[in-house]
Design a protein around this ligand. Structure first.
Ligand code: BES
Ligand code: MN
Ligand code: ZN
Length: 495
C-alpha cells in the first residue's frame, strides 16, 4: 500500500474516497462542512433525518449523491468525549469500512478531530497504526482465503505544510510499529504444533539474517544444563520438544549498558501435571505472547535503525504433563542457586523467567523488562484493557506508565510490597512457586523479584491483553505491548 501525508483540499480529492468524522450532535468538522457544500447538503440531510447519527465508530459508505468516488462517514460520538483510545477505535472502524467497500484510494480527514492533549503528529502516528490494525487478517490456515485488499493508497490530510516534517516522522514510526504489531500477532496466532520452541528459535535466526545489526545465539538444553538452569529445564522435561534459550542482541557496538527484554515463550501451557481444565486450556497457545513481543520489538528497532543497545532473551519451552514431567513438591535449583519448591506445575512461567532473568546479568543491563502472560489473576483485576505493571524501581515504572498512555497501550501499576513475599514461603526450599489464590499477579511478581535484585527491573503481565478471547469462536492476538515498549525505547534513544 502507498501512503502519503500531505495538505489536501477535498474538492481536489474527488477521485478518492473521503474518510470523514461526524459528531453525534450532528455537528460537522471544518472539512465536513466544506464537503457537505460540495455534495449539496447530502451529509446534513442524512444527519437531520437521523439516517446517520454519528454514533461512536458507526460507519456509512456513500457512493451516490456526492461528487466523490466514495465517502465514508464515521461516527465520533460527542465531540468533547474523544479520548485517545476512542480516536484509534474510530480510525480502525473507518478504514475497515473503506476496505469492506472495496475502496482503492482514500483520503483521510480524521486528523482534524479534537483530542485532548494530543498533537497532530500523534494523530498521524495513530492513523498509521490503525491502518495496520484495520487491514490485519490471519487466514493462513483457511482453505478459503479472505478477498485480497483493494486499498492501494491512503492519503492522510494535515492542515498546514509547516507540520509536514514532524508528521512524516510520526507516520514512519507508526508504520514501523504497525509492522511490528502485525509480526507479533502473526507469531502469536500460530498453533503450538507449528510454533514450537525450535520454530521460535528459527524466527530469531531469520531476523538476525535480515538485519545485520542483530545477532542471535541459541542455547540448547545441554548448555543450559551445564549452566545450571534447573528451573527452566524442569518445566521442559515432560515435553517431546527441546527447550531453547534464544538470545538476541541489537547494536552490540553501542557501549552504553543495554536494555534487556525477556519474553515468556511457553509455546503451549497445558498446566503440566497440575493439569488445566479443558475450558482453561483453550487459549494457551498464546502463552508465548511475551516472546512474540520481544521478537516484534527487535524487528522494529532494526527497521528504524534506532541507536539503542538492546538484548532480547526468550526462554522457549512447552509445558506438558506425563511420566517424565516435573511434579508438585519437586524441589528445583535455579541458575541463581536459590531453590524452589513446586506447588503447581501450572505456575511454570515464573520458573522459566527466573533462569532467563538471572542469565540477563551477564549483559550488565541498565534496565530489564520482562513481558509475560503470567497470571489469570491479572485478567480478573484489570481485564483486557490494562497491562499489569510491577517494578522494583519507581522511575522506570513511571516511564513505562507514561509510554503506555502516549502509545494507546496502557499499563496499570500494582504494588510490589514486601508484605506479599510471605505468601511464597516454603517449609522445604528458599521459596514456593505459587502464592495461592489471593493477589496472584503480585505474588508472581514477588517471585520474579527474587531474581532481579541486581538491576532495575519491570514486569509486564499481559495475560489479559496479549490476546483477546471471547469463548472459542473469537480469539485473536493483539500485538500488545509492542506500541508501549516502542514508545519507551524511542524515548530512550533520544537521551
Ligand atoms: N499461562 C498462565 C496464565 C494465563 C491465564 C494466561 C489465563 C492467559 C490467560 C500461567 O502459566 C498460569 O497457569 N498461571 C497460574 C498460576 C497459579 C497456578 C499460581 C494462574 O494464573 O492460574
Ligand atoms: Mn501455567
Ligand atoms: Zn503459562
Amino acid at each position: 500500500m502507498k501512503f502519503s501525508v500531505k495538505v489536501t483540499s477535498p474538492e481536489k480529492q474527488q477521485n478518492t474516497c473521503l474518510i470523514l468524522g461526524v459528531f453525534e450532535e450532528g455537528k460537522l468538522t471544518a472539512t465536513g462542512k466544506k464537503v457537505d457544500t460540495l455534495c449539496h447538503g447530502t451529509i446534513s440531510k442524512l444527519l437531520k433525518e437521523g439516517i446517520f447519527q454519528g454514533k461512536l465508530a458507526c460507519t456509512l459508505p456513500l457512493f451516490q449523491y456526492t461528487p466523490f468516488a466514495c465517502l465514508v462517514l464515521v461516527g465520533c460520538g460527542k465531540e468533547k468525549n474523544i479520548t485517545p483510545i476512542l480516536f484509534k477505535k474510530i480510525a480502525v472502524a473507518a478504514i475497515r469500512a473503506a476496505c469492506a467497500n472495496k475502496v482503492v484510494e482514500a483520503t483521510c480527514y480524521l486528523t482534524e478531530l479534537p483530542i485532548k492533549r494530543q498533537s497532530l503528529p500523534w494523530k498521524v502516528k495513530q492513523l498509521a497504526e490503525a491502518t495496520g490494525e484495520a487491514c490485519y487478517r490471519f487466514d493462513t490456515f483457511k482453505t478459503e482465503k479472505e478477498p485480497p485488499l483493494t486499498l492501494k493508497e491512503l492519503i492522510i490530510d494535515i492542515p498546514h505544510s509547516k507540520y509536514q516534517k514532524p508528521c512524516d516522522q510520526a507516520f514512519k514510526q507508526g508504520q514501523a510499529i504497525a509492522e511490528g504489531v502485525t509480526f507479533t500477532k502473526n507469531l502469536a496466532n500460530l498453533p503450538s504444533n507449528i510454533c514450537t520452541p525450535h520454530y521460535l528459535a528459527q524466527q530469531a535466526k531469520e531476523l538476525a539474517k535480515n538485519y545485520p545489526a542483530l545477532s542471535v545465539k541459541i542455547l540448547e538444553e545441554r548448555e543450559m544444563k551445564k549452566l545450571g538452569m534447573g528451573a527452566l529445564l524442569a518445566v521442559s522435561q515432560g515435553s517431546a520438544q527441546d527447550a531453547k534459550l534464544i538470545c538476541l542482541q541489537y547494536n552490540a557496538h553501542i557501549k552504553r549498558a543495554p536494555l534487556a527484554l525477556v519474553g515468556k515463550g511457553i509455546t503451549f501451557d497445558t498446566g503440566g501435571n497440575s493439569l488445566k481444565s479443558p475450558e482453561n486450556m483453550v487459549g494457551m497457545k498464546y502463552d508465548m505472547c511475551g516472546a512474540a513481543t520481544v521478537l516484534g520489538i527487535m524487528k522494529v528497532a532494526a527497521m528504524l535503525k534506532l541507536p539503542v543497545h538492546l538484548i532480547g532473551i526468550i526462554p522457549a519451552v512447552e509445558n506438558m504433563p506425563g511420566g517424565t514431567a516435573y511434579k508438585p513438591e519437586d524441589i528445583l535449583t535455579s541458575l541463581s542457586g536459590q531453590t524452589i519448591e513446586v506447588i503447581s506445575t501450572d505456575a511454570e512461567g515464573r520458573l522459566i523467567l527466573a533462569d532467563a532473568l538471572t542469565y540477563c546479568e551477564r549483559y550488565k543491563p541498565d534496565v530489564v523488562i520482562d513481558i509475560a502472560t503470567l497470571t489469570g489473576a491479572v485478567v480478573v483485576s484489570l481485564g483486557m484493557h490494562a497491562i499489569g505493571l510491577l517494578s522494583n524501581h519507581q522511575p522506570l515504572a513511571n516511564a513505562l506508565l507514561a509510554a503506555g498512555e502516549e502509545s494507546n497501550d496502557r499499563a496499570w501499576q500494582l504494588p510490589l510490597w514486601d508484605d506479599y513475599q510471605d505468601q511464597i514461603k516454603s517449609p522445604f526450599a528458599d521459596m514456593a512457586n505459587s502464592g495461592g489464590r489471593s493477589a496472584g499477579t503480585i505474588t508472581a511478581a514477588c517471585f520474579l523479584s527474587r531474581f532481579t535484585k541486581n538491576f532495575r527491573w519491570a514486569h509486564l503481565d499481559i495475560a489479559g491483553t496479549g490476546a483477546m478471547m471471547m469463548g472459542t469462536t473469537e480469539r485473536m492476538a493483539t500485538g500488545r505491548p509492542v506500541p508501549l515498549l516502542m514508545q519507551y525505547i524511542i524515548r530512550r534513544a533520544r537521551k
